[in-house]
Design a protein. Structure first.
Length: 372
């Protein structure tokens, strides 16, 4: 299913159900809180293909870093090297939009706003905020509270360098930080002649990390003692996921790019569902079935309506799963290549020790090819 998926909130889904059950809605028979679990269950049934893939950079300190708040399933991870910074001019309207987004995040995260008043001279100005975070966004206003153009770069978790082009007396600097939230930052993985590169774009700064190094992800229940994990696998760098953190195996500091499937929620924590004509029927019929079940169990005479919905829900479920699970050409090509390699290793190259399941080059490399 290689297509751009669209989403809508659970409230929009409930509005569609209310329009069909308007009499029950007027009698207050519809309780959205009881139906949330049905929408969540359908999201699980449809599988990971409907989840959004996202990428973020986290700071590793003392061998661990906190996972993003919307993390669900890891795809891959890469270790970033030394980045090259390019400073860009920040427009007041752009910064105001980013600041407003961070204010919304403050409702669901431990975001901490700060307002400072200082005199800014032409050129670079060092501002100390003591927020202990590099995930910050800021705006600068003059004494009349009008937004001004500026450039900025984060020096460390407690300081930022602001460059202005005019002198401002009594400038108002609004800073907001959220732990491990990179709402003011977009990250993309690009191809270049010398390999891939990671580009981190945020207002005032474009940072590029050329040639990131892949990191092997060790399963949480791998079964090897902690002291042996440094020797497991064929990658130079390794990490494992445990209790909402990534724990690095053989490096202690650095920036790690995480590509992962996010939870089905928007930036404000609202439940999201897939929005497609083929799938919408399954969502709506499933909610209607639960509503009628609750009414029937409470003595209402809705048995015929319930039977009608139950007859409709099975084909709608099959249609939704068929749409989600239909592979596109690229997925079919990948499966063909995998099967072809498996058959080659099984019948023509069986003694090479490089079987499709990993062989001696995989998880057993540390044992010298011997299965413990």
């Amino acid at each position: 299913m290689k297509t751009q998926l669209q989403y809508r909130t659970f409230d929009d889904l409930m509005n569609s159900v209310r329009s069909d059950f308007y009499t029950y809605d007027q009698d207050n028979f519809l309780n959205p809180q009881e139906l949330l679990k049905i929408a969540i269950k359908i999201n699980y049934e449809l599988g990971l293909k409907i989840n959004q893939s996202r990428g973020k950079i986290v700071e590793v300190k003392n061998g661990r870093a906190k996972l993003p708040a919307d993390f669900y399933v890891m795809n891959f991870a890469m270790l970033c090297g030394v980045g090259s910074d390019t400073y860009t001019n920040c427009q007041g309207s752009e910064m105001q939009t980013m600041y407003d987004q961070m204010i919304k995040l403050a409702q669901i995260t431990n975001a901490r706003p700060l307002i400072q008043v200082a005199d800014l001279s032409v050129g670079d100005n060092i501002v100390t905020h003591n927020l202990a975070s590099t995930n910050i966004v800021l705006t600068v206003q003059d004494s009349n509270k009008d937004y001004v153009n500026f450039e900025y770069v984060i020096i460390n978790p407690d300081q930022v360098k602001i460059k202005v082009f005019e002198h401002y007396a009594g400038a108002r600097i609004n800073i907001i930080a959220a732990a491990n939230i990179v709402a003011n930052c977009s990250i993309k993985l690009d191809n270049c002649p010398d390999g891939c590169k990671i580009t981190e774009s945020r207002p005032g700064l474009i940072r590029e990390f050329p040639r990131p190094v892949p990191i092997e992800i060790i399963p949480y229940n791998y079964g090897e003692p902690e002291c042996n994990l440094k020797q497991v696998g064929s990658y130079v760098y390794r990490l494992k996921i445990k209790d909402g953190f990534i724990h690095t195996i053989n490096f202690q500091e650095g920036r790690v790019y995480l590509n992962y499937e996010s939870v089905m929620e928007d930036d404000e924590g609202n439940l999201m569902v897939l929005d497609h004509p083929v799938v919408n029927e399954y969502y709506e019929y499933a909610l209607k079935e639960r509503i009628l079940e609750n009414l029937f169990l409470n003595g209402e005479n809705v048995i015929q309506k319930l039977q009608l919905i139950q007859a409709k829900i099975r084909p709608s479920r099959n249609n939704a799963l068929s749409f989600i699970n239909t592979p596109d050409f690229f997925e079919m090509k990948q499966m063909w290549a995998k099967n072809r390699k498996a058959m080659y290793d099984k019948y023509y190259n069986m003694f090479s020790g490089q079987g499709w399941y990993g062989g001696w080059g995989g998880a057993y490399k540390s044992t010298g090819g011997r299965i413990a």
